[in-house]
Structures are given as structure tokens and as C-alpha cells.
Design a protein around this ligand. Structure first.
Ligand code: AMP
Ligand code: MG
Length: 435
């Protein structure tokens, strides 16, 4: 059976990769996953939010296209204005007016924010800083003005033809604005990877059903679909597979027509955890089967080589990455963010894919931490609205273990407890994993 150095054996925790080791393995595969030429599609700019640029964005003209005023006030010769002489008004320019001028000596030019600077002027006096008398204006002493003040020169932000955004940039509001300013009504973006979501478990019933004795509703399918969507990919929810070999074989064969596969449940050491053997039957390669983290220790990561026929139906070539996510909801969420999101980012050709960490200050004592050979990711709530000069404050959300969906839903991040943490006192600076 093809196994990597790291193969999950519940009695041999020490043989499992640490969080850092597992993250390094995933990062290396993310680099490989990015080495392909995925399909590109052209979309309306208004529909581009969250997509990834497949073309570099170029400036179609100098930015700004003309020297413009950043203030309402009076364009002037700085040297004259700084002598506090009364300057005669030579004209007025509003935003939208064509460039006017030139500005004669001894004169000023009334100007509004965004309007072109008349040639000859080298500064703008703010309207708040001047005295207007009849058709003259002067800078109020003792204030002086330096050449260039309140003016953005033509091309100061970018020159015509400059690359403003590289391929792989995620398109958010600012990128949409930049594309609009450069005249892009449409953008070439990478097609979204399609992610199969296969939930397994005899106990699972659909949302609309009332669970019978021993049954639970399938909450991982919609949660994983939401995580996939938030990561900018297309979720594809398959029917839940029962915990038997035939059902799993059939479901996996279908799932592996996607660009990436997420399997939920069935990867622990229980008698009915049959996902790994089914993957082995398909000829999967395992990069690790278990990580020294909590929750999420039984996580499985690997890839499957597909026939060319199967590969032709997808955009991402012959290799398909898969994750076997432990079925407990908090485990599924954490392992997705830590490990599946970076591979998905690479498949999407994103330059900036997760996981995202930040620093925060513990608001309350988090007590003594248990087992020291696991990195823990505990549901927590961070108040990101920190006062100036202070780190955001984070507190643990009380939880009943990795099945506690209510705690997960009340959290907005995960507190990272390192392997050798010991006691975590209020005030300690800690890392948090952001969703
Ligand atoms: P497993 O990883 O299959 O051993 O499942 C671990 C725990 O997660 C069990 O309590 C399952 O009932 C629960 N679980 C598994 N799959 C799901 C799911 N799709 N939605 C909600 N809970 C699940
Ligand atoms: Mg199960």
C-alpha cells in the first residue's frame, strides 16, 4: 500500500507530522498545484468580485491623467504666495473642466478638488488658509507654501502602460475600482476550481429530515460548501455515502471527476472508518494520514492520478488532490482552513492564499493546556476593534469538544495553542487563525 513517511497509526502519535511539518508538506504541493495552465474566462467587471486575475492589469493612460488639485483652493506660484502678496484671480476651474491657463505672474487661479492645475502653477493654497478680497487672494501669514503642495502630478501614481496588478491578484473592491479607472469593462479571470464535497456516515440525514434515534443532520456538507465558496471556488455536493465499501467506491469514483475532493468523516481509527482503504483501492498516494493537531488529528492528505479520459473533464490535469476531513464539525472547519484552503488557493492561481494568522492579546486566563505534542486550534472570539496602539483582544469560547457546532458558530477565529504552551495567562500575546 503506497504510504508516505507519515501514516496515521493511533498508537504512534509521535510518528505523525507536527502542524509545521504538515503545513510545509501542503505548501510544497501548493507550489506544484499552481504549475498548470487552467482555463480562463472573460467576465463583466461587475461580476468579478472574489475572482482571480488571469491577465495583468495595465494603466491605459498616466494616473492621474493630468496634474490635479487635491484641495479646494487657489493654484499659484508658491514663491509669490509665500511672500503673502495679494494675487489677482485669473480664472476658475472645476473638476471636469478641460485644463486651462497658463497662470500669469502675480496671479492665482481658483480651483476645485480634482480639477486640472493650470500650467505654470506649482502649488495650491487651501481655501481655509487664504484671505479673499475682491478679485484678489493672499495666503494668510505666517503660513507659507512649498512647490508641489496639494498637487498630484500627472503620472505620479502610474505611467501609461505600467503593470498595476499582476496575474493571480484577487479581485476585491479596490481592484474593481482600479480596473474601472483603466477602462476594463470585462476582465479575464481563471475559471473557479470545482470542489467535490462527499460526506460519509450512516448516521447522517438531510437538513429537512427529523433525525431518528442515533441520527444527526448533515451539517458538514453546507458548511464545507460555504468554506469552498468563501475561498472563491465552486462547491459540488455529492449525495452522502454510507459507511460501506461499495457505496464509498462508487461515490469516490464520481467525486474524482472534480478538481479537488473533500471527503468528510470516516478517516478515524474506528471499525467503520473506511475512507482510507477505499482511497487505497483507487490507487491514491498519501502525503500524510494524521497531523499532531487538535481538533483534526486524523486528517488525511493525498492525491490521485487520473486517467487522461477523466482528466479531460476537468481543468486541472491528471492529478487530483484530496483531503479526508475528520467528521466532527470543528475538526472539519479547522482542517479546511489550515490545509485545504492553501491547495485551493493554488488551484485558483491566487497569489495570496491562506491560512491567515494574526497576533492578539489574551483577554482572560485560558488555563493550563493539556497534551503538549499537539498544536491546538480552539474556537475563540476576537474583538478586532482594538484601541490605537493595542493588539486585538481574544478570548476562548467555552466548548464541549470538536462536535460543538454552537461554540464554533459563536467564534470568529481560532486561538493557536503551541505544542509546549503550558499555562496561558491573561495578557499573553497569542496567535489566532482567521477564517
Ligand atoms: P467520523 O469522522 O466519521 O468518525 O465522525 C466523527 C463525528 O463527526 C461523529 O460524531 C459524526 O457523527 C460526526 N459527523 C460526521 N460527519 C458529519 C457531518 N457530515 N455532519 C455533522 N456531523 C458529522
Ligand atoms: Mg463516520
Amino acid at each position: 500500500m503506497p504510504r508516505s513517511r507519515f501514516f496515521y497509526n493511533p498508537s504512534m502519535s509521535a510518528a505523525l507530522p507536527s502542524y509545521d511539518e504538515a503545513a510545509a508538506i501542503v505548501s510544497a504541493h501548493a507550489v506544484e498545484a499552481a504549475h498548470h495552465s487552467p482555463a480562463v474566462e472573460r467576465i463583466e467587471l461587475a461580476l468579478a468580485l472574489g475572482r482571480v486575475l488571469a491577465q495583468p492589469l495595465h494603466a491605459d493612460s498616466d494616473q492621474p491623467p493630468f496634474a490635479r488639485s487635491t484641495r479646494d483652493g487657489f493654484a499659484c506660484h508658491a514663491s509669490e504666495a509665500s511672500q503673502h502678496k495679494f494675487l489677482k484671480l485669473a480664472g476658475t476651474s472645476r473638476a471636469g473642466d478641460a485644463p486651462a491657463g497658463p497662470l500669469p505672474k502675480g496671479h492665482a487661479w481658483e480651483i476645485m478638488t480634482g480639477a486640472p492645475i493650470p500650467p505654470g502653477a506649482d502649488a495650491v493654497l487651501m481655501v481655509e488658509h487664504v484671505e479673499v478680497s475682491g478679485d484678489t487672494v493672499r495666503l494668510l501669514p505666517p503660513r507659507t507654501v512649498k512647490p508641489g503642495e496639494n498637487i498630484v502630478e500627472q503620472g505620479a501614481q502610474a505611467r501609461q502602460g505600467d503593470e498595476l496588478l499582476p496575474v493571480g491578484s484577487t479581485i476585491r473592491a479596490a481592484q474593481i475600482a482600479l480596473a474601472a479607472t483603466c477602462g476594463y469593462a470585462t476582465l479575464d479571470v481563471f475559471r473557479k476550481p470545482r470542489v467535490a464535497i462527499l460526506t460519509t456516515g450512516d448516521e447522517l440525514v438531510p437538513i429537512s429530515s427529523t433525525p431518528g434515534p442515533g441520527q444527526i443532520r448533515n451539517s458538514n456538507a453546507p458548511m464545507l460548501a460555504a468554506l469552498v465558496t468563501a475561498a472563491g471556488a465552486d462547491p459540488w455536493i455529492l449525495p452522502t455515502a454510507a459507511d460501506n465499501a461499495e457505496a464509498l467506491d462508487a461515490a469516490l469514483a464520481e467525486a474524482f471527476t472534480a478538481d479537488m475532493v473533500l471527503i468528510s468523516g470516516g478517516v478515524s481509527a474506528g471499525k467503520f472508518d473506511l475512507v482510507e482503504p477505499a482511497l487505497v483501492r483507487m490507487g491514491a498516494r498519501f502525503h500524510f494520514t494524521g497531523v499532531r493537531i487538535q481538533p483534526g488529528k486524523p486528517l488525511v492528505f493525498g492525491e490521485l492520478s487520473r486517467s487522461h479520459a477523466a482528466a479531460n473533464r476537468t481543468q486541472h490535469g491528471t492529478n487530483c488532490y484530496f483531503f479526508g476531513l475528520p467528521g466532527n464539525p470543528v475538526s472539519s472547519a479547522v482542517t479546511f482552513l489550515l490545509f485545504a484552503a492553501p491547495i485551493l488557493g493554488a488551484l485558483s492561481n491566487r497569489r495570496d492564499s491562506g491560512p491567515r494568522f494574526a497576533l492578539a492579546r489574551l483577554a482572560a486566563d485560558a488555563g493550563k493546556q493539556g497534551k503538549s505534542d499537539l498544536t491546538r486550534f480552539l474556537p475563540a472570539f476576537c474583538t478586532f476593534s482594538a484601541a490605537d496602539g493595542h493588539l486585538p483582544e481574544v478570548a476562548l469560547v467555552p466548548w464541549q469538544g470538536s462536535g460543538d457546532l454552537a461554540a464554533l458558530a459563536r467564534s470568529n477565529c481560532f486561538l493557536v495553542v503551541p505544542e509546549d504552551a503550558g499555562r496561558l495567562e491573561a495578557g499573553t500575546i497569542v496567535r489566532i487563525l482567521l477564517p
